[in-house]
Design a protein around this ligand. Structure first.
Ligand SMILES: O=C(O)CCC(=O)C(=O)O
Length: 286
């Protein structure tokens, strides 16, 4: 069963249908089957595992995350810069997408609902999306994504709009204010029940989080990539105050493996000794 609309391929270029564009605009999210290679997805699951840290090694069912795993695992980078995803995002926003961060999770996050626009915001507003890919089948038991269709049409709330000071120490208070807003507006949640390989694209301001893990013995491997779009200014509202925005440098995850990364961060370590010999033979190193 596929919950996402099937990929429409024209001359091998990925396109979204007018109906899909409308769904994204109305609901703030879109389920898509990009037709990812299942081997790439399995490779991500296997190769990210060693990077979840010691807590995960001791208990593989503990909550864990790997931020920017693309620096260590090339399969993560390949999914983040996948041609079909970039083509779909160009259609949605009519601007060039800039993948800037990956997060991999081995189990459900049970995160409170939030809008990504409290973490990542743009001038002009709205040029950010998340693309969440199921690396295994997701059902109501293993902590699916939860979201509130239509919530992207609420205003973009800053910390100050919610009566809070800036800083991560106020993040839980932010989450509680969002709970109040959900109740005040009578927003209805839905679960992202999708199959391995399917993706959910969410709008910068869509309220979303991780539903409870009803079966804590189950994994829930997933990868989310966050994208900005070209020709904006980028900032972090959580750390900002009026008149003193905390700007972010534009950054794009490379479309090819980045061999300039230190060997332990590069997926294909440079042959360091061979490079050293070459530099010495050219007189560039003693
Ligand atoms: O994967 C999840 O459960 C939630 C992810 C999320 O909220 C995010 O990346 O912003």
């Amino acid at each position: 069963m596929s919950t996402g609309e099937p990929a429409v391929m024209a001359n091998k270029r990925f396109t979204l249908s007018p109906e899909q564009l409308r769904t994204f605009s109305d609901q703030g999210l879109l389920k898509v089957d990009f037709g990812f290679d299942p081997q790439l997805l399995d490779q991500i699951v296997t190769e990210v595992r060693p990077h979840y840290g010691t807590a995960y090694e001791q208990d593989p069912l503990a909550t864990a995350r790997c931020q920017d795993g693309w620096k260590k695992v090339d399969a993560v980078r390949q999914l983040a810069v996948h041609d079909s995803v970039l083509a779909a995002l160009r259609m949605l926003m009519d601007r060039e997408p800039l993948p800037f961060q990956t997060l991999n999770f081995p189990v459900g996050t049970s995160q409170y609902p939030h809008s990504d626009s409290i973490h990542f915001h743009t001038i002009p507003a709205g040029f950010m999306v998340g693309v969440w890919v199921a690396l295994e089948n997701i059902d109501a038991e293993n902590g699916p994504l939860v979201y509130y269709p239509g919530s992207h049409k609420l205003p973009y709330f800053s910390m100050q709009d919610l009566g809070l000071g800036p800083g991560y120490s106020n993040y839980h208070a932010y989450e509680l204010r969002i709970q109040d807003l959900i109740a005040e507006h009578g927003l209805q949640s839905e679960l992202g029940l999708i199959e391995k390989g399917e993706a959910i694209i969410w709008h910068a301001n869509l309220l979303h989080g991780g539903a409870a893990r009803k079966d804590v013995t189950r994994s829930r491997h997933s990868q989310v990539t966050h994208y900005f779009f070209e020709d904006c200014r980028y900032y972090t509202p959580m750390e900002s105050r009026p008149g003193k925005l905390c700007y972010r440098k534009p950054f794009r995850i490379p479309s090819q493996p980045d061999f300039s990364l230190p060997p332990d961060l590069s997926t294909r370590a440079l042959p360091v000794r061979a490079v050293g010999r070459l530099l010495r033979s050219l007189g560039l190193r003693k």
